[in-house]
Design a protein around this ligand. Sequence first.
Ligand SMILES: [Zn+2]
Length: 430
Amino acid sequence: MSSTTRGEQHQTVPLSVLLKRELLSEKIERPEIVHGQACHSKKGEDFTLLKTDRQRLVGDGVSTYSVFGLFDGHNGSAAAVYTKENLLDNVLSAIPPDLNRDEWVAALPRALVAGFVKTDKDFQQKAQKSGTTVTFVIVDGWVVTVASVGDSRCVLESSEGGIYYLSADHRLETNEEERVRIRSSGGEVGRLNTGGGAEVGPLRCWPGGLCLSRSIGDMDIGEFIVPVPYVKQVKLSTGGGRLVICSDGVWDALSAEVALDSCHGMPAEAAAPHIVKEAVQAKGLRDDTTCIVVDILPQEKPPTSVPHTKKPVKVMLKSMFRKKSSESSYIDKEYLEADVVEELFEEGSAMLSERLDTKYPLCNMFKLFMCAVCQVEIKPGEGISIHEGEPIPGKSRPWDGPFLCASCQEKKEAMEGKGISGRLSSGSDE
Ligand SMILES: [Zn+2]
């Protein structure tokens, strides 16, 4: 059989040899990833995920990537543990197969949105209370992609000394756009009332009293607490940089600048416990205090020296705080000359129709027949366009994809305050 012969020919170079060959050639152009982590626990609700040198076959060979996750749970740890165990798989299953390296990286922002929403939806079905922040970082070559809900943060210091905020701040106290969204989706935002009319503490949403506007879990609070992540993707120069990912226990005590300055020159393994120590010394151990430090280094440089030869000029990238999150997408590549970190993608909208609409390469058209969130197969004609019910004529047509299954469509409407969420309708009568 000719097909058998062809099959044997393909196997003459074993996969392990191919992998080794690819990894050798990768070494020249890929950074070295060194990380450290530390945690000073108070409630035991912070969890981390550290996966380095994961390999995948891509159209043009083999590629490696690393994943770092921080999950700060509240009202118990079930949501944090569940997310740690399932989120990565849910994100990867939303990436079409057979993409080359560049396509894979470009597909990540959309796959992250699908993976976050699927994880939240699946966790809801377990009918457990608790919720979690998520700061999820994928490093592929010099490209860093960060998806976040909640108030754990990821900051980047480039080798040139610029500081970049790669995660969102979904605290109601500081995020007006999110307050507006929650109110328009049927939630209330206000401070804790002590009874005598005095209001105390940070802004919270009611029912539930959560200070955050986005999370995974929190099924007892309301669908307006959405799991749709803010996603930012940047490409570092070949000088590399340092990522610091911490829970709010650190950021309530230290600014990004102070945290980064405090560990200059230290290797990542020493920097992480140092930042935790600094935070606890500054404010005491009031919360779980967790830190992951990731150094993205040129291969020829020793891992102990993040270069800081000159007094760094702080380049603060504030665009993530701009009010209109819907206007951004693939931003053109004109950036400040001093700004050597290239911004590839930024989007924070809570609307699925704005987040799942990124065009895939034409070769993946078959994906039309899978739910864009949970990846179940949908029969032609049964999928519901993500644009269904949109009032903008001409921009998109209701028969345009991507499509959702009936169950994910219900979730989408509930998140936008349009539908009646299953749990609210079947819940209490208050
Ligand atoms: Zn679905």
